[in-house]
Ligand binder design. Structure first.
Ligand SMILES: [Zn+2]
Length: 141
């Protein structure tokens, strides 16, 4: 018998290019989120976890700043003692844990001097080393 061999046919399959799938990750657990493109969380539980985490971080931040402000006030109060105004060195305050970046407000007096306040206690920098500590008079302004 005569056998007819078929020539092999080379099929050039067109390889489909992978569509770029944007995988959104859950903001809480980091797993891939299925569903709408604007979905940020797997479910309500992940959403709640994330929101609670955010709230805790904000609460921590506010608490830390408030603690720093209270500490600054206590240091000013301690160094000032029962006087109304007193000279001190910045070094002394810093050595007690005073943090210059935290103050509640400013006060510019008529001479254009810039006082920094931590609640009712303030200080006026004279130079890089010396400050005057003051206590705000009890009238509100
Ligand atoms: Zn999740």
């Amino acid at each position: 018998m005569f056998v007819l061999y078929k020539r092999p046919i080379l099929y050039l399959e067109k390889v489909p290019t992978m569509p770029t799938i944007e995988v959104k990750l859950c903001l809480a657990c980091g797993k891939a989120v299925k569903g709408r493109i604007d979905k940020k969380f797997c479910d309500d539980s992940c959403r709640n976890n994330h929101n609670n985490q955010l709230k805790a971080e904000q609460t921590n931040y506010v608490r830390n700043v408030m603690n720093a402000l209270r500490r600054n006030r206590l240091i000013l109060q301690h160094v000032l003692g029962d006087k109304m105004i007193r000279k001190a060195t910045l070094d002394r305050l810093l050595g007690m844990g005073f943090q210059l970046k935290y103050h509640t407000h400013f006060y510019d007096n008529k001479k254009g001097r810039h006082y920094y306040y931590c609640f009712d206690y303030g200080y006026l920098p004279i130079d890089d080393e010396v400050i005057w500590i003051v206590k705000k008079k009890t009238d509100t302004n």
